[in-house]
Design a protein around this ligand. Structure first.
Ligand code: NCD
Length: 304
C-alpha cells in the first residue's frame, strides 16, 4: 500500500483496505499523542482556506505541529492575491514552492481536483463546494469504529443531504463497509441521485424518508448535519427548510440506549444543547478524533 505523495481529493480514491490502514495508523498515533514526535520535522503544510473553517483548519495545523512540522497559509481569501483577481491555478503554482503538502478548502466543486492536477506537491481536499470532504469522512469512520467497535452498523444521515459534502463522502465510504443507511432529509434536500444509485449498485440497504421518527428506533449512529445555508441559490428556499430537524431529549425517546449522535459541526440549531449531557452525544469526542486521524493522513502522505 503506497500513500507517499498521494492526493486526498475524493474518498472514492481510496480502497476499503487503504481506509482501514489509515484508521489503524490513527489509532497508533492516538496512543502516542502525549509523546514528543518529530517525524515531520522540516516539513511544511500550507493551509489554503477560501471558505470559513474552525475544526478542519485548526486540527490540520495542530496535527502538523504535533508531528514536529510547521504550517503556513491563510484562513480568508480576501487577504490573498485572489482578491486582486489571481486565478486558483496561479495561487497553487505559487504555494507549491513553499510547502511539502497543501490542504485546500474552496467553494467550487472540483477545485481540489484542479489544484492537484496543477501541483507537484500532494493536495488534500478540505471541502470543495457541496461535493466532498474526504478527511472529515475518515474521522467520522474512526469515530464510529472507536465508539461502536465496527463500521457496518445502521447509520441515519439527517439534514441537508443535497448540499452537505460531509454526508456525500460518508455515504460512499459507508457503502464500502456494508453499513445500512437511512437518508433523512426535508423534501428538496434529498441525497443526489448519483450517490443513491451508487449505493444501490453496491447492494446497500437504503431507506429514504423525510420523517426522522420512522428510523430513530433502529439507528445505531445518528449523523446530523447543518442545512448548508450558503449553498442555496435562493434565500427563500432556505427559509422554507431551516429548522426542519431539531434533535432534543424528546426526539431521543425510543432510541437505542447505545445509539450515538455525531455531527461534523458547526451546529446551528439541529441539536439542542440539552442533548450534549446525554450519553448519546459524541460530536465533541468526534472533534477530538479529528486530530489523530489528520496526523495519520499527513504522516502517510509525507511518507513517514
Ligand atoms: C463541515 C463542512 O465544512 O463541510 N464542517 C466541517 O468541516 N466539520 C460541515 C458544515 O459546514 O456544515
Amino acid at each position: 500500500m503506497e500513500f507517499k505523495g498521494r492526493d486526498v481529493i475524493s474518498i472514492r480514491d481510496f480502497s476499503k483496505e487503504e481506509i482501514i490502514y489509515i484508521l489503524k495508523k490513527a489509532q497508533e498515533l492516538e496512543n502516542k499523542l502525549n509523546l514528543d514526535l518529530d517525524i515531520l520535522k522540516d516539513k511544511i503544510l500550507a493551509c489554503l482556506f477560501f471558505e470559513p473553517s474552525t475544526r478542519t483548519r485548526l486540527s490540520f495545523e495542530s496535527a502538523m505541529k504535533k508531528l514536529g512540522g510547521s504550517c503556513i497559509g491563510f484562513a480568508e481569501a480576501g487577504i490573498t492575491s485572489a482578491a486582486k483577481g489571481e486565478s486558483l491555478i496561479d495561487t497553487i503554482r505559487t504555494v507549491e514552492n513553499y510547502c511539502d503538502v497543501m490542504v485546500i478548502r474552496h467553494p467550487k466543486e472540483g477545485s481540489a481536483r484542479l489544484a492537484a492536477e496543477v501541483s507537484e506537491k500532494p493536495v488534500i481536499n478540505a471541502g470543495d463546494g457541496s461535493n466532498q470532504h474526504p478527511t472529515q469522512t475518515l474521522l467520522d469512520l474512526y469515530t464510529i469504529l472507536r465508539e461502536k467497535g465496527r463500521i457496518n452498523v445502521n447509520v441515519s444521515l439527517v439534514g441537508d443531504l443535497k448540499y452537505g459534502r460531509t454526508a456525500h463522502s460518508l455515504a460512499y465510504a459507508l457503502a464500502m463497509f456494508g453499513a445500512k443507511i437511512n437518508l433523512v432529509s426535508p423534501p428538496g434536500l434529498e441525497m443526489p441521485k448519483e450517490i443513491t444509485s451508487h449505493l444501490e449498485s453496491k447492494g446497500i440497504e437504503v431507506y429514504a424518508t423525510s420523517h426522522l421518527d420512522e428510523v430513530i428506533e433502529d439507528t445505531d449512529v445518528l449523523y446530523v448535519t447543518r442545512i448548508q445555508k450558503e449553498r442555496f441559490p435562493d434565500p427563500e428556499e432556505y427559509e422554507k427548510v431551516k429548522g426542519t430537524y431539531k434533535i432534543t431529549p424528546d426526539t431521543l425517546v425510543g432510541a437505542k440506549e447505545n445509539m450515538i449522535i455525531l455531527h461534523p459541526l458547526p451546529r446551528v440549531d439541529e441539536i439542542a444543547v440539552e442533548v450534549d449531557k446525554t450519553p448519546h452525544a459524541r460530536y465533541f469526542k468526534q472533534v477530538f478524533y479529528g486530530l489523530p486521524v489528520r496526523m495519520a493522513i499527513l504522516s502517510l502522505i509525507l511518507g513517514k
